[in-house]
Design a protein around this ligand. Structure first.
Ligand SMILES: Nc1ncnc2c1ncn2[C@@H]1O[C@H](COP(=O)(O)OP(=O)(O)OP(=O)(O)O)[C@@H](O)[C@H]1O
Length: 294
């Protein structure tokens, strides 16, 4: 990985009149990374991304993409692919024409047939955009964003509206782009996708980073959990298990393996059946839920 960041944001502020949407935000995205910008509703993700994509001027602060001002479209746009939340295709164009048109605007080269294959739209090549389903439109969005394997790809909620198979196909395509060296910036409300794929995550809340780092850096600040139920006739389980009512118990622990051992030994010694046993490390969902509590 080169040490020069692909994206360099320094003390970015975005204001809408009196409303301060993004507050002194700084982050970098390194070459080859998959960086996920996540956050609560209204956190400022879109405002930040629109600035980085060159669609919106910063109120203050500096944003550099490939070392340039992203509004310098002539130098930045040909190296960038953008999949927005809502596509702007002309409904009268066919799928093939849409890919060709958007591809041409980027001044990159690619084969339309190859892209149709990547997104599984070969059989819809001559269908008008107005006749596509929501999921098919989303796949067309992706095809145009990755036309010519751009160095930097923005994926804004890329899998919303896609069925499981199409999601898996899209992520396989992203994996191949990354093998070819592309850098990816992702926003999504599907946290498990970010948890599985992101090298680093910027978790926004009310215009600032609540946390930033790798998944393990984000999740290790919260304890792992063990959940189980006991029949009403069972004895009290050992601490640190806490009753949650109706025979359900919760253990929050920084030492998952040790406390699980203690619990299983206790259950065996007392000949008790642990029902609905679930044990696992902290997930990104838990970090999200904790935002409001801190
Ligand atoms: N054009 C605008 N004028 C005034 N306020 C705006 C404008 N655009 C966004 N905002 C406000 O700025 C805040 C951040 O909005 P933004 O769209 O960046 O958030 P987000 O993190 O993308 O949210 P979501 O996950 O809900 O899409 C919100 O409170 C929003 O209401």
């Amino acid at each position: 990985m080169s040490s020069t960041p692909v994206i360099d944001v320094e003390r970015l502020n975005v204001r809408y009149g009196d409303f301060h949407a993004v507050k002194d935000l700084s982050f970098q995205v390194r070459r080859g990374e998959l960086y996920a910008l996540l956050g609560t509703n209204g956190a400022g993700k879109t405002s930040t991304l629109e600035t980085v994509e060159g669609h919106r001027p910063a109120t203050s602060g500096t944003v550099r993409v490939f070392g340039r001002d992203p509004r310098d479209r002539g130098s930045v746009r040909p190296r960038t692919g953008i999949m927005l939340q809502e596509s702007g295709f002309s409904p009268d164009l066919t799928v093939r024409e849409s890919i060709r048109l958007v591809g041409g605007l980027t001044r990159r080269t690619d084969r339309v047939e190859r892209l149709l294959g990547v997104v599984g739209l070969e059989h819809k090549a001559d269908t008008r955009v107005s006749r596509l389903s929501g999921g098919e439109k989303r796949r067309l969005d992706f095809a145009t964003a990755v036309y010519g394997t751009p160095e930097l790809i923005f994926l804004d909620e890329p899998t919303t509206g896609l069925d499981i198979q199409s999601r898996d196909d899209l992520w396989d395509a992203v994996d191949r782009l990354r093998e070819d060296g592309s850098t990816v910036v992702l926003t999504t409300h599907y946290l498990e996708e970010a948890q599985q794929r992101a090298d680093r995550i910027g978790l926004m809340h009310q215009g600032v980073f609540h946390r930033e780092g790798t998944v393990s850096e984000l999740t290790r600040t919260l304890p792992a959990t063990i959940r189980f139920s006991l029949p009403l006739s069972a004895p009290e389980p050992p601490p640190p298990a806490v009753g949650e009512g109706e025979g359900r118990f919760l253990i929050e622990t920084p030492g998952l393996q040790k406390d699980l051992h203690v619990l299983l030994d206790w259950a065996r010694d007392h000949a008790v059946e642990l029902r609905d046993l679930q044990a696992g490390p902290t997930r990104l969902d838990d970090v999200f839920r904790a935002i409001g509590e801190e």
